[in-house]
Design a protein around this ligand. Structure first.
Ligand code: ADP
Length: 335
């Protein structure tokens, strides 16, 4: 058999080992992975993963198929491979390397996400159960205490409600992310509507919201864009300073991918430390968890923004100077 031709037909790294002591053949992806000169070498020098070497030894002696794992550090990145070692007769074994790093990362993210959601739900739930217990016993015949506890319970239930709403929204947006929206959306009236709906929030912190820029139409999903700007403007009001002006500006921008429109939402708050900025759009990432929860935040708002903007083939830019306020810019392609 012409092993070089067989291996060349495989898209992933693969090598043939002869009698446990020589790499007889290897394909291009293998050389890219383990380096030039891997063919002809002793497998122990080529692959420094004890579990892979043990599998090669076992399959050479007993035949059959075995699986092993190998972790490589390259350019500061960890790569995980699932290695299938199979007997090919005459003392030869075939090793095929499958990169499972992405799967591993996805699995880890899923586990983290479930742990985060459980934690976020458990806190208000624990409070609710505590107050139910108190209402059934100690506060049973105390109308004043009862009213107070019911108020807190309403607040906690509201928190759970918002969390579930945001989670559903996030999963819906993620499911649709590949399909670019096709409707035409007039951005300026949409922003005016959002500002109107947040009037109460603005009044509570005596803030003013100003909108500037020329009318423009973009391809988009009006409900989702409403969500994006509601989240951004609400954040600007929540994390900004009392009596501030929140400025929303529409301006044309030429990008490498053609003409686009940039919408800036700038507040006069205390700003965000640069170390936090790259992580702000992660689910449940907050600079100050206590403050966010106190304001009714779920920690999901910017994650939702990021997914919607990416569905629109646009991007989000965050700039902030500590003490000078923050500017969240959404760039939406026009074409
Ligand atoms: P939350 O529900 O906590 O507001 P978001 O995803 O909307 O969740 O925001 C994540 C975090 O980013 C917030 O907890 C806050 O720390 C920070 N943040 C968002 N917008 C601003 C802003 N305009 N100024 C300062 N910090 C902000």
């Amino acid at each position: 058999m012409d092993w070089d031709r067989v291996l060349a037909g495989l898209p992933m790294p693969a090598m043939l080992v002869e009698r446990e002591d020589r790499v007889e053949a290897g394909n291009g992806p293998l050389i890219a992975l383990l380096g030039d000169g891997v063919v002809g070498r002793n497998p122990a020098m080529a692959v420094r993963a004890p579990s892979v070497l043990a599998a090669i030894g076992a399959v050479t002696r007993q035949g059959g198929v075995q699986e092993a794992r190998m972790t490589l550090r390259r350019d500061g990145q960890e790569q995980v491979f699932q290695v299938t070692v199979s007997d090919q007769g005459e003392g030869r074994v075939l090793c095929v390397f499958r990169d499972v790093s992405e799967e591993e990362k996805a699995g880890e993210m899923r586990r983290d996400f479930v742990a985060n959601v459980s934690h976020e739900l458990r806190t208000p739930l624990t409070a609710l159960m505590g107050f139910i217990e108190t209402l059934k016993n100690a506060a049973r015949d105390d109308p004043k205490a009862r009213d107070m506890f019911l108020g807190i319970m309403e607040h906690e239930a509201g928190r759970m409600n918002r969390l579930v709403r945001d989670l559903l929204q996030l999963s819906r947006v993620e499911a649709e992310e590949r399909v670019r929206p096709r409707d035409r959306v007039e951005l300026k009236p949409l922003l005016e509507n959002v500002i109107g709906s947040l009037k109460g929030v603005a009044e509570r912190s005596r803030a003013r919201v100003e909108l500037a820029g020329d009318p423009v139409t973009v391809p988009g999903d009006a409900d989702q864009l409403t969500q994006v700007f509601t989240n951004l403007i609400e954040n600007a009001l929540k994390y900004g300073r009392e009596g501030q002006v929140v400025r929303i500006t529409l301006s044309p921008e030429d990008t490498v991918r053609g003409p686009a429109i940039r919408v800036d939402v700038a507040d006069e708050g205390e700003g965000i430390d640069p170390i936090h900025i790259p992580r702000l759009t992660e689910r449940f990432y907050r600079v100050d968890s206590h403050r966010s929860r106190e304001m009714g935040g779920t920690g999901l708002g910017l994650a939702i923004v990021k997914h919607i903007v990416s569905r629109h083939r646009g991007w989000l830019r965050i700039e902030s100077e500590k003490g000078e306020g923050s500017r969240f810019s959404v760039v939406l392609p026009l074409g």
